[in-house]
Write a protein that binds this ligand. Structure first.
Ligand code: ADP
Ligand code: MG
Length: 322
């Protein structure tokens, strides 16, 4: 668990980037920092690995003040991924991964680095290429592999998928969720994109101007119980999103049903509109809740909620059926 206790950062020029931040990031989960540009997300992230030192308050990892270790020691346990992967241009893909000190297993470093690259979706054929010979999305994959190389329990990710085009972004998000499903890292991920926050976040912290926290909660809580007009507008319920309707039997990528409250029959609460079950085993139906993020609830033949899907997938299916 990572905790922020009354954390404040005022830069020497007087700018208050983060003000009195209290926040808990649960172990093994993805906590997303989301909000408009300039509201203190990156600064908050960088205080965790001491790239920025707070001017007030305390940050702890598993109860231990991050200042109790020298920064270099602290950072061995914290992977860091940024928007433009930050690869060494003169090193090959595999050498970029191998720059991480203490990559496990003497003499097996190359094998281990290849395994990691494979896990992030880069087969061996890419190992000896240079970053300039990769697409943006592929560079981000290398960045993720490198951050994972030392097998750190904590990962900080600053807009890791923002620089890639929407289709690749969605693919990277899904692969990343699958990977995280296996790895169970404690992750803080920054994005300015509420759709991405809802897709990736187990828990979402909405920041607002001046480095204030507007609301913290599960994706569903933000969508259904926005704390104020700012959050309501930010998650898009002011924007008149209509939702989607779909019935079918296709398998769609699922994420866990975290944060959706269910009634006694296992039907999701907080959902405006109705859902009906069809003949097929897997059905996604009639959700006006879906919000701009288009998160839809998937239900089984008895109408029990079984998971969440992203509206892009539903739209894809509808397109294909036309
Ligand atoms: P975000 O990641 O949410 O876009 P940042 O954390 O980068 O926001 O920045 C928060 C605020 O702090 C902004 O007003 C920004 O201009 C300011 N800021 C960031 N870094 C510095 C710095 N090194 N010196 C002065 N102000 C800074
Ligand atoms: Mg930022």
């Amino acid at each position: 668990m990572i905790t922020f206790e009354a954390v404040r950062k005022q830069f020497p020029d007087g700018t208050v980037a983060v003000d009195d931040l209290d926040l808990e990031l649960p172990t093994g989960r993805i906590t997303v920092f989301v909000g408009p540009s300039g509201c203190g997300k990156t600064t908050s992230l960088r205080m965790i690995n001491r790239m920025v030192e707070p001017t007030g308050g305390t940050i702890r990892i598993d109860g231990e003040d991050v200042r109790s270790k020298p920064p270099a020691a602290l950072r061995r346990g914290i992977g860091y991924v940024i928007q433009h992967a930050g690869l060494f241009p003169h090193k090959t893909v595999i050498d970029n991964v191998l720059t991480v000190p203490r990559l496990v297993g003497r003499g097996r470093e190359r094998t281990r680095a290849l395994e990691l690259l494979e896990r992030v979706g880069l087969p061996e054929a890419f190992a000896d290429r240079y970053p300039a010979q990769l697409s943006g999305g592929q560079q981000q994959r290398v960045g993720v592999a490198r951050a994972l190389a030392a097998d750190p329990p904590v990962m900080l990710m600053d807009e890791p998928f923002s620089a890639v085009d929407p289709i690749v972004r969605q693919q990277l998000q899904e692969e990343f969720l699958r990977l995280q499903n296996d790895l169970g890292k404690t992750i803080a991920l920054v994005t300015h994109d509420i759709d991405e926050a809802v897709v990736l976040g187990d828990r979402i912290a909405v920041f607002r101007e001046g480095g204030h926290l507007a609301q913290v909660g599960s994706p569903q809580e933000l969508l259904t119980e926005p704390a104020d007009a700012f959050v309501r507008h930010f998650v898009g319920r002011d924007r008149g999103y209509r939702g989607l309707s779909f019935q079918g039997s296709e398998d769609l990528p699922l994420r866990p049903l975290d944060g959706v409250r269910l009634d006694e029959a296992g039907r999701p609460l907080d959902v405006e509109g109705t859902f009906r079950s069809g003949d097929s085993l897997r059905v996604v139906i009639d959700l006006t809740l879906t919000s701009p993020t288009g998160t839809a609830v998937q239900v089984d033949a008895e109408g029990r909620a079984t998971g969440l899907v992203h509206h892009h997938d539903v739209v894809d299916l509808l397109e294909k059926r036309r």
